[in-house]
Design a protein around this ligand. Structure first.
Ligand SMILES: *Cc1c(COP(=O)(O)O)cnc(C)c1O
Length: 949
């Protein structure tokens, strides 16, 4: 046996474990279990035709070699992406730290206080720099955030004035091209009409509900938008501003001139460009929109003891609850990147941010002066970091490229240059030399940057920001390192124990998959460089697309969507374009089973479809009769079925081929939600079950870490007939021949983290991937067997098997006064993160162990569950004073001089022996969700105030 194969490290179960596990499950072989789990008629006939597996060592040298095919130029392209400096202390202690990147979205707040605090910092940075009352905990990218702003303002307005159709949205011509493309994609299905123009000529007509401005403009001009916003407000036109976060350290924040929404990206707060992402976008608005704001918001509340605690606020806004009434489908966002950007502000503080902003600004002025001395004309009258020069592009470009420099070539006579935090005097000199050479002149030399400004007083920021202690305390590396560690210790991540979140697939995110993210040759590449400069990336992205097409059985793949939900939206938009191309644009009915994830109906509505919910039968399967009836009823207008496979009930429905055929017979296309692909890879696939398009969650099945709630990548894979419509990009050519407009800002979405999935596939190869799937199914069925008799599994396949996950029913325990939430909190005392709570069935837990967990860990988890089961039996209905109701137990409770509970301290904190060896202490007691929603506080300024009260 080759012991250097990565599969042995990725898969937690080895040959020696099999006899015990198979006998527990009561099968003779793993293959027998798989045969009893997956219907015969959808099994793949042949192994996946993938490259042979590389060892970890081979992979690391392979990825190093490929990185050398990327040419790292000095990038002055701008357009929302800038070279930035990631402070080493943040890179090493967050980006490269499994304690941060392997955590999940902080639904279990008591064991997530660290990242919740980091996100509260992020929100504070955003709301104070933009001058707005409320900010969310990140969105996918600036362009998506701008589209979300448009959708939110439209929704608020249509709810306001039901009768009157007000559907025009003004877009300044200075908007970034990729943002305009996103607005086109999102506006059309909603019936919004865009008008693009010069804001100075805007009519303020009453057919407009909103407007979007870029601040500074795409080529750097800074406008005084005060008068525009004032007039718009008078006419009941809401204004969104896409702003550069760094510039707001010295420019008047949009909140101060009356903007309703401010969006943008925090990429330049220490996040590598990564050939397009991932980066945390931000969305800030007025408190009056708190119930309409897309994405997650972190808020302050209190725990059982009355102490301040954090948790995700206003959850009722989310698509999980609102479903087809939701206006946004954002689920996974960009938490890890938001944590890093927030920490960048903690590290630099207000003084540091002002210094950086001024430095960049002065570099731009210095450069302008020097270029003007060469006789060149600089167009922008006011600017922050980006200048626009009139010069012959054809002369400049070859010289610049020879020297490894990229500018933005606007047209034949215009060159735009965006400077950044990393731009040195030497770099400025190089730029001047390039222009001088092109003009055949001697270069102007300079020794230091000038100190003056080109900003009029009304454009300059006077207000202070980030005065809170957190932004003024951790400026030495020792202090910041300890602050990061303090927060990390409060969070339970995969480096502590199994996180068996059903549907979320919390598997190993291997170090060898992650290491390349730290390499400059992958990090420091602008998404809009000529593709010849990014050959390393092009090789990887093409190869990954090819491999994902092989795995799904489809014809082509687009990596553009930045999350599963964006994949759903992209896939449905592709289906829409397909119907339109055949003259059947009227097809707009989307059938969705009742058990679907909340993003499904939300995405369908965004794609302009009408949702028709279909029933589930008693066995948790799609009710085929009901589906047939509804498909037939809507056959003239049927657009698509969205189906999750295996189902969200953890079952491979055997009627799936019948279901997909039924849809095709009625003129519809089949969208498969691929969140459960971890049960399929190598054994079956979406093409085989009869689907036409699916999204994959690379952050579930393909090993991208969840990062505490993002980044994600949600590629779509499509059958032949849908290939022409794969999404494009306005700057770099990509997508199908008849591409729909962009789904994400960057042509290949979050390219940097695609390296992780690429590495995952290359190191596992066909047999490693297939064995992973088999082992995921084995581990789920092992847990099912061990819990049987004590916990009832709600649904199984026809032969009694679970797929890669299962739902256990906790509703019977209500008789003992125990709710599913009590079990979730009690698991924390045992050192475990709860499985998925109440999805897709209220009052249940959905357990998905994944292939990466060892037998020892599965046993620890089962022992914890069985011990909790005994505690449930012991819990008396009369008093609510038991270990379940009081969970989680903090160190403070346990060590308090007073102990008022009718069970021992040991029972509370160390109910099983293994816990003594590896105790995780929740940092707060149970959080009060409703209190925080009634008293919404979403920035860190008042936390001390709260503590004093
Ligand atoms: C996770 C998930 C999604 C949404 O994916 P995101 O990446 O969070 O947007 C959709 N459907 C199902 C079944 C999921 O589990």
């Amino acid at each position: 046996m080759r012991t250097d194969m990565f599969a042995l490290r990725h898969i937690g179960i080895n040959e020696d474990n099999l006899p015990e596990m198979l006998s527990e499950i009561n099968v003779n072989s793993l293959d027998q279990l798989i045969t009893e789990t997956i219907p015969d008629d959808i099994r793949l006939a042949n192994p996946l035709a993938l490259d042979p597996a590389m060892s970890e060592h081979e992979y690391l040298s392979h990825i190093q070699d490929l990185s050398e095919q990327n040419k790292v130029f000095k990038s002055y392209i701008g357009l929302g992406y800038h070279e930035s400096i990631t402070p080493s202390v943040i890179k090493r202690n967050i980006l490269e730290n499994a304690g941060w990147y392997t955590a999940y979205t902080p639904y279990q707040a008591e064991i997530a206080q660290g990242r919740l605090e980091a996100l509260l910092n992020f929100q504070t940075v955003v709301s104070e720099l933009t001058g707005m009352e409320l900010a969310n905990a990140s969105l996918l990218d600036e362009s998506t955030a701008a589209a979300e702003a448009m959708a939110m303002l439209f929704d608020v307005r249509s709810r306001d004035q039901k009768k009157k159709q007000v559907n025009r949205f003004f877009v300044s011509e200075e908007i970034l091209p990729q943002t305009l493309a996103l607005l086109e994609t999102r506006s059309e299905p909603l019936g919004i009409e865009l008008s693009v123009g010069n804001h100075e000529n805007f009519s303020y007509g009453e057919e407009y509900f909103g407007a979007l401005l870029q601040y500074p403009g795409k080529y750097g001009q800074v406008h005084d938008f005060g008068p525009f916003v004032a007039k718009a407000i008078e006419k009941n036109i809401k204004v969104a501003v896409a702003a550069d976060i760094l510039s707001l350290a010295i420019l008047t924040p949009p909140g101060e001139f009356g903007a309703d929404v401010v969006v943008g990206t925090t990429q330049r707060f220490g996040i590598p460009m990564g050939y397009g992402g991932p980066h945390a976008a931000f969305f800030a608005t007025k408190a009056e929109y708190k119930r309409s704001i897309p994405g997650r918001i972190i808020g302050i509340t209190k725990d059982t003891a009355g102490k301040p605690a954090l948790r995700m606020a206003l959850q009722t806004r989310e698509q999980h609850i609102k479903r087809d009434k939701a206006t946004s489908n954002i689920c996974t966002a960009q938490v890890l990147l938001a944590v890093m950007a927030g920490m960048y502000a903690v590290y630099h503080g207000p003084k540091g941010l002002k210094y950086i902003a001024n430095k960049v600004h002065k570099s731009a002025i210095t450069l302008t002066d020097a270029l003007e001395k060469l006789g060149l004309y600089q167009v922008n009258t006011s600017y922050f970091d980006t200048i626009t020069i009139k010069a012959e592009t054809s002369k400049i470009k070859p010289i610049a490229e020879k020297q490894g420099v990229n500018f933005l070539y606007v047209d034949a006579e215009t060159v735009s240059i965006a400077l950044n935090e990393a731009t040195s005097l030497k770099d400025l000199q190089q730029i001047v030399n390039i222009f001088a050479e092109a003009l055949g002149q001697d270069a102007v030399t300079f020794e230091k940057t000038v100190s003056k400004t080109v900003l009029d007083s009304q454009l300059r920021r006077n207000s202070e920001f980030l005065e809170n202690t957190v932004f003024n305390s951790y400026h030495s590396e020792t202090e910041l390192m300890r602050y990061i560690k303090k927060l990390e210790r409060k969070d339970l991540a995969l480096n502590h124990s199994m996180i068996s979140l059903g549907s979320c697939t919390m598997k190993l995110n291997a170090a060898s998959e992650m290491l390349p993210l730290s390499m400059a040759r992958w990090g420091n590449i602008h998404p809009f460089v000529p593709v010849e400069q990014a050959q390393g990336y092009q090789t990887i992205l093409k190869d990954l697309e090819k491999d994902l097409s092989i795995i799904t059985g489809f014809a082509a793949t687009s990596l553009q969507p930045n999350s599963g939900a964006q994949g759903e939206f992209a896939g449905l938009m592709v289906i829409r374009a397909y119907h339109e191309s055949r003259g059947e644009g009227h097809r707009n009915i989307c059938l969705i089973p009742a058990s679907a994830h909340g993003t499904n109906p939300a995405s369908a509505v965004m794609a302009g479809m009408k949702v028709v919910v279909t029933k589930t039968d008693d066995y948790g399967n799609i009710d085929v009769n009901d589906l047939a009836e509804k498909a037939a009823l809507h056959k003239d207008n049927l657009s698509a079925l969205m189906v999750t496979y295996p189902s969200t009930h953890g079952v491979f429905e055997s009627s799936i081929k019948e279901i997909t055929k039924l849809i095709h017979d009625n003129g519809g296309q089949v969208y498969m939600d691929g969140a459960n692909m971890n049960a399929q890879v190598g054994l079956t696939n979406p093409a085989t079950i009869g689907a036409d398009v699916c999204h994959l969650n690379l952050h579930k099945t393909f090993a991208i870490p969840h990062g505490g709630g993002g980044p994600g990548v949600g590629p779509i894979c499509v059958a032949e007939q849908l290939v022409p419509f794969l999404p494009g990009n306005p700057v770099i050519e990509t997508g199908g021949d008849n591409a729909i407009s962009a789904i994400s800002a960057a042509p290949w979405g979050s390219s940097l983290v695609c390296l992780i999935s690429y590495g995952y596939i290359k190191m596992l190869g066909e047999s490693g991937l297939t064995n992973s799937t088999k082992t995921a199914i084995l581990n789920a069925n092992y847990i099912k067997s061990r819990l049987s008799g004590k916990f009832n599994v709600l649904y199984t396949g026809e032969r009694g098997r679970a797929a890669h996950e299962m739902i256990i029913d906790c509703r019977p325990f209500k008789a003992n006064g125990i709710e599913v939430g009590d079990i979730a909190k009690r698991l924390m005392d045992y050192g475990f993160h709860a499985p998925t709570v109440s999805f897709p069935v209220a009052g249940t837990l959905m357990i998905e162990p994944t292939e990466s967990e060892s037998l020892a860990e599965l046993d620890r988890f089962c022992n914890a569950m069985l011990s909790i089961r005994e505690e449930i039996d012991d819990a008396s209905l009369a008093d609510n004073n038991n270990p379940l109701k009081n969970a989680p137990h903090t160190l403070e409770m346990i060590t308090s001089d007073q102990w008022e509970f009718p069970y021992s301290r040991q029972k509370a904190a160390f109910p099983l022996p293994y816990i003594l060896d590896n105790k995780f202490w929740p940092s707060v007691r149970r959080v009060d969700d409703t209190y925080g929603d009634r008293n919404l506080v979403c920035t860190c300024a008042p936390i001390e105030a709260y503590a004093e009260a």
